[in-house]
Design a protein around this ligand. Structure first.
Ligand code: ADP
Ligand code: MG
Length: 258
């Protein structure tokens, strides 16, 4: 056990995000422990992506607050909260979440190596030699050491997504966020990506994963959180949630995906 085991790394407290009248995320509270894997499941439109985007600070909050290691990194923007908001903004600039999307969004005119090195070079001003050396190691970690000089168009979808994972790792994030990382892949390419994610989980990465891959969720997740209509409808240990859900909504959902 590492020293950080059972430490709450990320805490969402009554987080809400609205689009007009639509409550895309509606009063969600969540604790993510360091080194844990949390899978978020639920039907399309239930707010899974929006929740990840609030964590990633790609969306402002309409309610609640988000804490990283006890420090507030985001909260509802309201009059009278000027100073804390400023502090939160300053804090969030020092941290980062590695995000992996359904569509890999690699730079087409960069090689795999250049794609992975780009973030540290542009954002962190890491020099080219150091960034390329690190990028090579991350590509090896995702099993693509021999593809460093290939362009995205010369790689399969599964390989491209593994490059995207290496790119996220290169920013040395405290939490890895995945938004349906295998949903755009041909079925025969799904497992190579899940295998890389499994390896990251085994290595102790803290991961928040939106997925429809129930077998992966059951085998790898410490906790599954099911969302519907912006709310958490059920959460708990994978086997219990998947096989003996307690709410009718969850029973219906797991019957349809399992
Ligand atoms: P999921 O990822 O679970 O499919 P989303 O988080 O993408 O769900 O969306 C939740 C709800 O919020 C949906 O009804 C969606 O149409 C809506 N939504 C998401 N993003 C926006 C946006 N930028 N503007 C307006 N509505 C949005
Ligand atoms: Mg989504």
């Amino acid at each position: 056990m590492s020293a950080t085991e059972n430490e709450t790394l990320l805490r969402l407290v009554h987080v809400s995000k609205h689009f007009g009248d639509l409550k895309a995320v509606d009063d969600v509270s969540l604790d993510i422990e360091a080194g844990s894997v949390t899978c978020i499941v639920g039907p399309s439109g239930s707010g899974k992506s929006t929740l990840l985007r609030t964590v990633n600070m790609m969306e402002s909050l309409d309610g609640g607050a988000i804490f990283l290691r006890g420090q507030m990194i985001g909260h509802e923007l309201r009059r009278g909260h000027r100073v804390p908001v400023k502090a939160a903004v300053a804090r969030r600039q020092t941290l980062n979440f590695g995000m992996v999307f359904q569509h890999f969004n690699l730079f087409p005119n960069y090689t795999a190596l250049e794609n992975v090195a780009a973030g540290p070079m542009l954002v962190r001003r890491t020099n080219k030699k150091t960034a390329h050396g690190a990028a090579r190691r991350y590509l090896e970690q995702v099993g693509l050491g021999d593809r460093a000089d290939h362009y995205p168009s010369e790689l399969s979808g599964g390989q491209q997504q593994r490059v995207a994972i290496a790119r996220a790792l290169a920013m040395e994030p405290q939490i890895l966020l995945f938004d349906e990382p295998t949903s755009a892949l041909d079925p025969e390419l799904v497992n190579e990506v899940l295998a890389v994610m499994r390896g990251l989980a085994d290595a102790g990465s803290t991961m928040l994963v939106v997925t429809h891959e129930m077998r992966f969720a059951e085998e790898v997740a410490d906790e599954i959180v099911m969302m519907d209509a912006g709310r958490v409808v059920e959460r708990g240990a994978p086997a219990q949630i998947i096989h003996t859900p307690s709410t009718p909504r969850a029973r219906k959902f797991f019957a349809s995906v399992g």
